[in-house]
Design a protein around this ligand. Structure first.
Ligand code: MG
Length: 332
């Protein structure tokens, strides 16, 4: 490892995983942490518990702002464990000179998103630091969820499952990148930032056999699939042509040399469901605005255990690797 922290160590990919395992997992070692799920399942399986910090730049972007993101991000990690978000905390680190009006707008966004999840902020903390000690505002939220269906785990994916994407990919990453670079698009490029609990609630109510779910945030779909392949010791074979990508995101990727599968999402998730339930799960997802482009993207095999294989429309095969390098700091 490097002697000092690098931006790549926050990328949600190879270097990030290395930092977490060499420093945090080493010192905090315990069986709950080592499950590496989106949220820890505690209290004999009754509760899900998770935390996330938000440093996105710019604070306001097409499709959301840091406030909306700070509730979606944490509530989505609870939803991914089959848990209904309930109680939350909110900690704010804000810089001297920050606009009260902007703070009010951000907290208004948080309140609106809390209502969608049926969650409430029940404690919090506010720190004001001298100008320059943080860049504008950072927010941390922690959430507790009540598990509605137990046993959902990224360590349990098997060849009885089919892999689904809940919507088209890469919009959050592409939006933040475009905003930062001052790129103007005539099209309607906006972040997919959204709360996923309503979608998960419906899938559970319809009795879909869900094995695992994970929101494809930093590191994108490529990170989620690689984590699952490793954790469950399986091979995930992805049909490249089945990956839902909008024309705008595809265009940005072509111009800048990005892979859409490495770009961050904030309202799009990967599901492993029992294969016989997969078509019905896609149908249910498509009844939501946030699931319009849901699609089956992959099957699970044992061909190369621990690996993700991308199958091109022309019959060639290559590995889809865990992203590495400085992808896009302060994406969330
Ligand atoms: Mg997550």
């Amino acid at each position: 490892m490097t002697k000092t922290i690098t931006l790549a160590q926050g990328n949600g990919g190879v270097e990030n995983a290395e930092l977490i395992s060499n420093i945090f997992y080493r010192h905090f070692k315990n069986p709950l942490l080592e499950k590496s799920e989106d949220a820890a399942i505690i209290d004999s399986g009754r509760l899900a518990f998770t935390t996330d910090s938000f440093t996105v730049s710019p604070l306001f972007f097409a499709g959301g702002d840091i406030g909306k993101l700070s509730i979606c991000g944490t509530c989505n990690d609870l939803a991914m464990m089959g848990a209904k978000p309930t109680y939350m905390t909110c900690a704010v680190m804000v810089e001297e000179g920050f606009s009260i009006e902007a703070l009010n707008t951000i907290v208004t966004s948080m309140a609106k998103e809390l209502a969608i999840n049926g969650a409430t902020i029940v404690c919090g903390d506010t720190k004001v630091v001298p100008r320059g000690a943080v860049d504008k505002i950072f927010i941390n939220t922690t959430g507790i969820g009540v598990v509605q269906k137990g046993g959902i785990s990224s360590n349990s994916v098997s060849d009885k499952d089919t892999i689904i994407l809940s919507n088209d990919i890469g919009r959050h990453g592409a939006t933040i990148f475009a905003a930062r670079e001052g790129m103007e698009f005539e099209s309607d490029l906006s972040s997919d930032c959204t709360s996923l609990w309503p979608l998960v609630e419906k899938l559970l109510a319809e009795g879909i056999g869900i094995t695992a779910m994970r929101d494809a945030t930093r590191g994108g779909v490529a990170a989620v699939l690689n984590e699952w392949a490793k954790q469950s010791n399986i091979c995930i074979e992805v049909e490249e042509a089945s990956l839902p990508v909008s024309d705008t995101v595809r265009g940005i990727c072509e111009i800048l040399g990005f892979e859409a599968t490495n770009l961050a999402n904030e309202g799009t998730f990967v599901l492993a469901v029992k294969s016989h339930d997969a078509p019905r799960a896609v149908e249910i997802l498509r009844t939501f605005d946030a699931g319009q482009n849901a699609a089956i993207i992959a099957k699970v095999t044992h061909q190369y255990a621990g690996k993700v294989v991308l199958l091109s429309p022309w019959g060639s095969k290559r590995f889809m690797e865990l992203p590495s390098g400085e992808l896009l700091p302060r994406i969330c």
